[in-house]
Design a protein around this ligand. Structure first.
Ligand code: MG
Length: 325
């Protein structure tokens, strides 16, 4: 009997979301760090984050603090994606770029050879707008003046809200929307998830031809992976919970993950067993049943609605299993 093909066998790089996959707020997600430590023995990996406020070193330090060996090269940020986009547009290194947002943006621009500026500068050829807790009216006004003078406008990410302990706070997308309302137009580019650019930058850094994207949200992680032409794994440790899975029967193909697992221990198991597929191999139990029903519906074999009793029961049973492992 041959050993099953595991995820580490099947993929040559791992591109991982952070919040909801590796940690939740300040707490590590159960099993995730052991699983990633195991992956890191034989495969390159990185975290891809839409957060523009921090430089890679800050994120790496947080991961190390929680027990995962990580350095700056393991972190790909949305401002780094913005810097790649500017270079792709033929903006010369040494060009001046007006910055709205946190220090992570200055870091990414400097690293790519650009000159970040925070004072109004008529020679600025581009504006990079990301989230920062100190962003104020004059930053937005100056960005708007530069854009009206012809500067390229790049937003690091489209997230409209930011969850905090007191509730939702404005995310970068909300501040981009304020400037959009002012100017009557959208940014020239958005680099973070669900756009594919960050995943492409990550795959290139890992030199991975067949990377796997791991995430907890279908609207950003999974959608971005599909747009980048990469296989994706949805893990139930963050935003999408077992009870939400029934809603996936009717989503557009762009939002459909390739694999579905409860937690990252599955990375050491059979890749075929985790696939959302209508086969015997797709696993037993409630999780296997959910995978099978989603696959049948997506393939048009059986048109299920999200209130289909078999699907609702399977999701409920899965939620129960995950509560009582
Ligand atoms: Mg997440």
């Amino acid at each position: 009997m041959t050993a099953p093909t595991t995820f580490v066998d099947a993929f040559d790089g791992f591109i991982v979301d952070a919040d909801g996959v590796l940690y939740r707020g300040a707490a590590p997600v159960p099993y995730a760090f052991d699983a990633m430590t195991e992956v890191a023995q034989s495969r390159p990996w990185c975290v891809v984050t839409n957060n523009a406020a921090n430089a890679p070193g800050v994120v790496a330090e947080k991961l190390r603090g929680l027990g995962l060996a990580a350095d700056d090269d393991n972190i790909v940020t949305s401002p780094q994606g913005a810097a790649v986009f500017l270079a792709q547009q033929g903006i010369a290194a040494s060009a001046r770029v007006y910055v709205v947002g946190g220090a992570g943006i200055d870091h990414a621009l400097l690293e790519a050879g650009f000159v970040p500026v925070r004072e109004p500068d008529p020679s600025a050829v581009a504006v990079v707008q990301g989230l920062g807790m100190e962003v104020c009216w004059s930053d937005l006004a100056n960005a708007g003046y530069a854009i009206q003078s012809g500067a390229l406008w790049v937003a690091t990410n489209p997230d409209t809200s930011l969850p905090t302990e007191q509730g939702l706070a404005p995310g970068n997308g909300a501040l981009v929307a304020a400037l959009s309302a002012t100017l009557g137009r959208q940014p020239d580019a958005v680099t973070g998830k669900p756009e594919p650019l960050l995943f492409e930058v990550a795959a290139q850094r890992l030199a991975a031809g067949t990377p796997l994207v791991i995430g907890d949200r279908v609207d950003t992680d999974i959608r971005g992976a599909n747009r980048a032409g990469m296989e994706s794994l949805l893990v139930l440790t963050g935003v999408v919970q077992a009870r939400d899975l029934a809603t996936l029967v009717s989503v557009d193909p762009e939002f459909r993950p390739t694999y579905l697992v409860a937690d990252l221990r599955a990375l050491a198991d059979s890749v075929d067993g985790a696939r959302i597929a209508d086969t015997e191999a797709s696993g037993g139990g409630a999780l296997g049943e959910v995978r099978r029903l989603l696959a049948r519906s997506w393939a048009g074999i059986e048109q299920l609605s999200e209130s289909d009793p078999a699907l609702v029961d399977a999701c409920r049973a899965l939620a129960e299993d995950l509560r009582h492992p």
